[in-house]
Ligand binder design. Structure first.
Ligand code: PGA
Length: 255
């Protein structure tokens, strides 16, 4: 059975008390209304709020994730956060390879594979991002780009480890722009990714793989996007910063 996931990526937003308020509101709302049984919810606040978030979410159905993780195990890596540290704070997921990390922090495929391995070794599940730039789509290269991004990274994991990853397709031109991929564009790429997985790891792993869509996903377009057969939920940026929006997006992932 494929798990549906709605994950909120708060990026570098909110001060401490705002983060506390937002998470309190989201948890209260889920507590009151309940959460669709077949949808897992993950919140990825900035690192410095992870301890608070994981304490607050402890008795709730909400999982906590980080927005990055080091590829190194421990030691002299000033400013880095290891997967073991995350695990010790009950952080269950880590976003890896977000396009903003690739663009502004020079993260390479090799680093991303290292991060995925480090996370998995510590039972932190990667939400692994891939997606093409606008000129790449305009040149008709989007399938090749996404294929290479996967083949250079998590396709090198052994099947058991690969099986524990979540993939997020995030066309870079859709992130934070208000221009989402159409449901048809998302479906076409998700189907392509599932086929690649099928060819590399077999039918069972391909069928069970959760593939999220990310990029200007809001309460207005979530239902249509999530109703596509190969779209198994979303990685939500801007719209995860408002409780009412985020909760509506969670509901939209319901069967
Ligand atoms: P957005 O961001 O929803 O604000 O477009 C998505 C993401 O970057 O994960």
């Amino acid at each position: 059975m494929r798990t549906k996931i709605v994950a909120g990526n708060w990026k570098m937003n909110k001060n401490f008390s705002e983060a506390d308020d937002l998470l309190t509101e989201i948890l209260d709302s889920i507590d009151e209304k309940g959460k669709p049984e077949d949808v897992d919810v993950v919140i990825c606040p900035p690192f410095v709020y992870l301890e608070m978030a994981s304490d607050m979410a402890e008795d709730s159905p909400v999982f906590i994730g980080s927005q990055n993780v080091s590829q190194f195990e421990s030691g002299a890596y000033t400013g880095e956060i290891s997967a073991a540290m995350l695990r010790s704070m009950h952080v269950d997921f880590a976003i890896i390879g977000h396009s903003e990390r690739r663009k502004y922090f020079g993260e390479t495929d090799e680093m991303l594979l290292g991060k995925a391995k480090a996370a998995l070794k510590n039972d932190v599940l990667p939400i692994f991002c891939c997606g093409e730039l606008l000129p790449e789509r305009e040149a008709g290269k989007h399938f090749d780009i996404v294929k290479a991004q996967l083949e250079n990274t998590i396709f090198n994991l052994d099947p058991d480890d690969f099986n524990r990853t979540i993939i997020a397709y995030e066309p870079v031109w859709a992130i934070g722009t208000g221009v989402n991929a159409t449901p048809e564009q998302a479906q076409e790429m998700h189907f392509f990714i599932r086929e690649l997985i099928w060819n590399k790891f077999g039918a069972e792993i391909a069928n069970d793989k959760t593939i999220l869509y990310g990029g200007s996903c809001t309460s207005k377009n979530a239902k249509e996007l999530f109703s596509m057969p190969d779209v198994d939920g979303g990685l939500i940026g801007g719209a995860s910063l408002t409780t009412s929006e985020f909760v509506k997006i969670i509901d939209a992932a319901k069967e």
